[in-house]
Write a new protein. Structure first.
Length: 285
């Protein structure tokens, strides 16, 4: 495995500490881990279900509605056609919503810290309007997932909303708020948690989890996700790694809080293709 990136670990821990919008486990939300997920392949239609109940037992929706970055984030989740290969149509209202979301996160200390760090590295423009334009391009600019196809995807849709490919595969969907809202509508079925070899079971207050679930009739055998964090926290982490990297797929090993993670960011030209955390271990073992 790649050596721990100390510089990024320090930056991300500072972001974690200043993420005042992060929800507190047991206070702002409770999860119900239930059983350990069975073996599964990507795209299976039926797998053993080790969890009869939802993963999210409850979430304080008042907090989500009253925190600007969460509220503007949630308004973006219904803007996408999740099937790849179908061209996305971006309406003027959706452009306004994208901009409101970026304005909301750029006002947070977490994104300010990301901007400062990128400025030092000469990877961002000092002017906030320019930086916002850069973020828009990285995350919201549409592209074709497959060569020569219609523009059917963007980084935001893939990472935060999720997509399906030819009714065979779930792509992306690495965000806990989307997971919770889809679960509430009975669109997602949580199948249980996934442990790594020789690892202990997760705790209800863990804020990074590996889980198995089905969505739109397809199974995702393993998906890692932050739980309870603010949208700006994830946005900041992935943007920093994306802008630091040159290669198509970047994997950075970082320690955030007690979690040892591999942050994976894949690029699609000048845009984010996908980004997610892989849980390596929690030090509380």
């Amino acid at each position: 495995r790649k050596a721990l990136n100390h510089e990024l670990s320090k930056l991300f821990n500072d972001m974690w500490d200043m993420d005042v919008n992060r929800l507190i486990p047991g206070k702002d939300y409770t999860i119900d881990l239930q059983g350990k997920a069975g073996a599964a392949q990507q795209g299976d239609s039926a797998v053993q279900d080790s969890a009869g109940r939802h993963l999210f037992h409850n979430v304080n929706e008042e907090r989500l509605k009253n925190i600007k970055s969460f509220a503007t984030f949630i308004s973006l989740l219904d803007n996408y056609e999740t099937s790849t290969g179908i061209a996305e149509v971006v309406t003027p209202e959706e452009i306004v919503e994208n901009n409101s979301f970026l304005d909301a996160i750029l006002a947070t200390e977490v994104m300010k810290l990301a901007h400062e760090y990128l400025l030092k590295k000469k990877l961002a423009k000092p002017n906030l309007a320019d930086f916002k334009h850069q973020l828009y391009d990285i995350w919201f600019q549409l592209y074709a997932r497959k060569e020569g196809d219609r523009p059917d995807s963007c980084g935001f849709e893939h990472v935060f909303v999720g997509e399906t490919r030819r009714d065979k595969q779930i792509l992306g969907l690495h965000n806990w708020v989307q997971f919770y809202l889809q679960e509430k509508r009975n669109q997602i079925d949580y199948k249980g948690y996934v442990t790594r070899k020789n690892k202990t079971t997760p705790d209800e207050d863990d804020q990074v989890l590996s889980i198995q679930f089905s969505w739109k009739g397809l199974v995702k055998p393993i998906g890692s996700t932050f739980i309870g964090v603010s949208p700006e926290f994830e946005f900041a982490l992935y943007t920093v790694i994306f802008l630091l990297a040159e290669e198509k797929v970047t994997r950075e090993t970082v320690k955030i809080e007690e979690y040892e993670l591999q942050m994976v960011v894949c690029r699609h030209g000048r845009h984010i293709g996908t980004a997610y955390p892989v849980l390596l271990s929690t030090s509380g073992e």
